[in-house]
Design a protein around this ligand. Structure first.
Ligand SMILES: Cc1ncc(COP(=O)(O)O)c(C=O)c1O
Length: 470
């Protein structure tokens, strides 16, 4: 296919050049009715191009999806306007029926729990490897998957995250080979991996490694607008028609044209210029790592110490500095106007991409160089054993629930997902027993100042549990 073509960009240019009276949606009529205050902030272009799914746009979107499939090496690709979240939902709905077993990496994002609620699939969670010294999740290992498949021969699909938030990809080719040996599809939440495969010094993409279904948040590391994502499939283990139905079941019938356009242009840019642009990003990442390695008490995760690391993801370790990431996050912004992607208790995560400049890197290094040390070195709190599953996430979601003080939650069945960062491995998933170990770990992380995502009470004083046993 001719990857120099950008069908949705051609459509956009055509609409800009064609004067007409718009009697179609949306009601602002290409910006004619927009409030002046909003036009002042955004200008008029975004509204002129805020178009509904007119017939030529639908045709061009199909063409753009085919180009994306070819660029990524997939058999079929869908453009998504509700993030990787909707892609994960669609994949699980297409691959596993209610009551069937799916093996799920325990470091899964809450979108996966949502998919389990929607599908009614029964998860068996796979523990991920964990590096205590760096408080780092390393993903599902091939050994763990092989053992689980031997133990659960009724498994219908496997879902893993790669790369994870810290850029660790894991051995995807081995995971695919193990799953395929049993003719089971490997589904990959590659929300952070839309750029992989477009530069030889980046880890291979999940599709290149043989994964059957892959979701990309093209907005995270590609250059698409926020929410714009892609879902890809290949091979005989996923029915593309069922996946198509799932996407259409879950997505709006009014996809935002600007999001679709940004996906098409992002594909063009990655395919046509990815190698050149990511060479610059990789060079900036190397400079940042080299300069940061000169600083006392600051450590950086490197590809040398972490095989399968995406080098564009920069995780700074603060253990030796003795200060938590939340304080430093605030200081970096207030004093140096540097904003990390994510502070954790013991780390700061910075996303580098083709939009990153050398000035940004200078600021980042200067900001970290000015940090003064705190008290004692930080000691990570390791994730605990996966608690027993009392019921499926769907049953937990549908059951009557109540909020109880956290101290009284032991022995109850959780209705919530609680996931501390780091290392981004949920301690508790919906349908699981609240154990003493979980409560002790949650409390220790909270006391140390760690953030626990996913719960309804951010202060962690209460937990939603099932009202009665299922
Ligand atoms: C690993 C992972 N999967 C899925 C998602 C959801 O992606 P999106 O925001 O595109 O829906 C995220 C978002 O941060 C994520 O980190």
């Amino acid at each position: 296919m001719d990857q120099t073509q950008v069908p949705l960009l051609a459509i956009a240019q055509n609409y800009l050049a064609t004067d007409h009276a718009p009697f179609y949606m949306p009601g602002h009529k290409r910006g004619q009715g927009i409030a002046p205050a909003l036009r002042e902030v955004l200008g008029s272009r975004p509204f002129e191009l805020d178009l509904p799914e007119l017939p030529d746009i639908a045709t061009a979107t199909t063409e753009a999806e085919k180009l994306a499939a070819a660029a990524y090496g997939a058999e079929r690709t869908w453009f998504l306007v509700n993030g990787s979240t909707v892609g994960i939902h669609a994949l699980v709905l297409a691959a596993v029926a209610a009551g069937e077993r799916i093996l799920v990496g325990r470091n899964c994002h809450r979108a996966t729990i949502g998919a389990l609620v929607l599908s009614g699939a029964i998860p068996t969670y796979l523990p991920t490897a964990y590096d205590h010294g760096r408080d780092l999740d390393l993903g599902v290992t091939p050994e763990t998957l092989a053992t689980a498949l031997e133990r659960y021969p009724d498994t219908k699909a496997v879902l893993v995250v790669s790369p994870n938030y810290f850029g660790v990809c894991g051995n995807m080719a081995a995971l695919a080979a193990i799953a395929h040996h049993q003719n089971i599809p490997l589904l990959v939440d590659a929300a952070h991996g839309a750029h992989l495969g477009f530069h030889p010094r980046l880890p291979p993409s999940a599709l290149q490694c043989g994964a059957d279904g892959v979701v990309h948040s093209t907005h995270k590391v590609g250059t698409a607008c926020t929410q714009a994502s892609m879902l890809h499939c290949q091979g005989p283990r996923i029915d593309p028609q069922r996946l198509h139905h799932a996407v259409h079941l879950l997505q709006t019938t009014s996809p935002n044209f600007l999001l679709l356009l940004s996906l098409d242009v992002s594909r063009w840019q990655l395919h046509q210029q990815g190698k050149e642009l990511f060479s610059q990003t990789l060079a900036l990442a190397a400079i940042a790592r080299s300069q940061l390695s000169q600083l006392a008490r600051i450590d950086v995760i490197t590809p040398a110490t972490t095989p399968t690391l995406d080098p564009t993801r920069l995780t700074v370790l603060l253990h030796a500095l003795g200060r938590n990431g939340y304080d430093i996050d605030q200081e970096l912004f207030s004093r140096h106007r540097v904003m990390p992607e994510m502070p954790t208790l013991t780390q700061l995560v910075f996303i580098l991409s083709i939009g990153t400049t050398s000035q940004d890197i200078q600021r980042l290094v200067a900001g970290l160089a000015h940090l003064t040390p705190g008290g004692a070195p930080l000691d990570p709190v390791a994730p605990c054993a996966i608690p027993p599953q009392i019921c499926s996430p769907r049953q937990a979601f549908m059951a009557e629930q109540e909020s109880v003080p956290i101290a009284q939650a032991m022995g109850r069945t959780s209705a919530e997902l609680l996931c501390p960062y780091p290392p981004g491995i949920p301690l508790l998933c919906p349908g699981e027993l609240v154990t003493a170990e979980v409560l002790a770990t949650l409390t220790a992380i909270h006391r140390a100042g760690g953030a626990i995502h996913g719960g309804s009470d951010p202060n962690l004083s209460a937990l939603r549990v099932l009202r009665t046993a299922v």
